[in-house]
Design a protein around this ligand. Structure first.
Ligand code: AMP
Ligand code: FE
Ligand code: FE
Ligand code: ZN
Length: 280
């Protein structure tokens, strides 16, 4: 893997990935990774179940999460690393998100019904099982019913921000999420900045406490990577990266893609040790 040995962005079936945490760790091992962050949406439950397995395989499991934020109808994702997973403010937020996301699915289903698509919330909840429920599960039910041909069509027609069945994923703006991660002793990083579509917002997030930018991501072209590298350097942001692995729901995207050198993990640890508000 030519020196790229850490994947800092992966999903399991504790959110919208299709693989179990154990399978993700196995795949990380097969890919020759030395460090892995499972970053499920609004959920930290996967890590505990694979800590022992990861240790046996010699893979460092980094505390990680991908938190949803909303800004004027735009969906923003903030990754958090090396936070204290027992922090009460974080735990309360995740528990509220769990309830809110269930309500959000009901709202999305109601909107879809008005648009002529009859699906039931329970079909969506069944796909998510105990994990974080989200738009990909709604999209899969729409595919199952034949209302759309693919998950990506479900997003582009109905579920993506700005589309008729879109409901915001979080009541908090990025500033609130950034503060939450910092208060839990963690490191907030803007995920896949290309989806933000507005580079100008990155400077605002930096003023609000953002520490890192996910420069290396499977959706970034070489040109984007160069642009975000320059931006991160100019704004003094840590440069992170990861595959955004989702199992079979993102075909052809292997774990370890857009991975980074272990020195990035060391830089994160160093930042955490010297800056974190609450420490660990
Ligand atoms: P949610 O957490 O419910 O807001 O869903 C966000 C997730 O939906 C992202 O993490 C992706 O996995 C998936 N997603 C977002 N946009 C698209 C898209 N255009 N096509 C397919 N999947 C998408
Ligand atoms: Fe996802
Ligand atoms: Fe994301
Ligand atoms: Zn992700």
């Amino acid at each position: 893997m030519t020196g790229k040995t850490a994947d800092l962005h992966t999903h399991t079936n504790f959110s919208d990935g299709t693989d179990t945490p154990a399978r993700v760790v196995e795949l990380a091992y097969e890919a020759g990774l030395c460090a892995l962050a499972i970053t499920d949406h609004d959920n930290t439950d996967a890590r505990a179940s694979v800590q022992e397995l990861a240790q046996r395989k010699g893979i460092e499991l980094i505390p990680g999460i991908e938190l949803s934020a909303s800004l004027n109808g735009i969906e923003v994702h903030i990754l958090g690393y090396f936070f204290d997973g027992t922090n009460p403010i974080l735990r309360a937020h995740l528990s509220q998100q769990r309830t809110r996301r269930i309500q959000r699915v009901r709202e999305m289903v109601a909107r879809l019904k008005k648009l002529g698509m009859a699906i039931e919330p329970d079909e969506v909840f069944q796909l998510a099982q105990a994990g974080t429920v989200g738009r990909p599960h709604v999209a899969r039910v729409l595919v199952q019913h034949g209302y759309v041909c693919s998950v990506s069509e479900a997003f582009s027609r109905y579920l993506a921000d700005g589309q008729p069945a879109y409901v915001e994923g979080s009541p908090l703006a990025p500033s609130g999420i950034i503060r939450l991660v910092l208060e839990a002793g963690g490191i907030p990083v803007l995920a896949h900045p290309i989806f933000l579509k507005q580079d100008a917002l990155i400077e605002q997030f930096v003023r609000e406490g953002l520490v890192g930018l996910e420069v290396y991501h499977s959706s970034h072209t070489q040109e984007m990577i160069r642009r975000y590298e320059a931006m991160a350097d100019a704004l003094n942001l840590l440069k992170t990266g990861g595959s955004d692995y989702h199992g079979s729901s993102k075909e052809g995207l292997p774990i370890g893609a857009s991975g980074v050198s272990y020195s990035v993990v060391e830089a994160l640890k160093q930042w955490q040790a010297s800056h974190s508000i609450s420490g660990q």
